[in-house]
Unconditional design. Structure first.
Length: 120
């Protein structure tokens, strides 16, 4: 028996400045989401890094420290969560980060075997 799954969930991959982690976690919890995965990352966007100056000259840092946060949410909560994350992470300066949104076909909770939104 074949089961056709419809994407009713989205995966958010959130790239932010490390100093914004606590604010983003609090905003996500206030929106009803506490489960997430966080990993350290390095990278740059359009700003192509950062130039630092000191007494002896200047140097360029091309890969800046970032955090990658990943979470899967129900479609119905997507915009609410994007708004909360954006407000919490935004400084108005280059390098604030990005949110990538992808469809998730299914989720399986390994412990119980639950699938779909029930497994979130």
């Amino acid at each position: 028996m074949s089961q056709t799954l419809v994407a009713t969930m989205k995966k958010l991959e959130i790239i932010i400045k490390p100093g914004k982690m606590d604010a983003v976690k609090k905003a996500m919890a206030a929106a009803g989401y506490t489960g997430l995965t966080i990993s350290q990352a390095e990278g740059h966007g359009n700003q192509k890094g950062l130039t630092k100056s000191h007494e002896e000259g200047s140097f360029r840092i091309e890969l800046l420290p970032k955090l990658r946060m990943e979470i899967v949410v129900a479609d119905s909560d997507l915009e609410k969560l994007i708004t909360a994350i954006t407000k919490a992470a935004q400084t108005g300066q280059p390098g604030d980060g990005k949110i990538f949104v992808s469809d998730v076909q299914d989720v399986i909770r390994i412990r119980t075997g639950e699938r779909g939104a029930k497994a979130l």
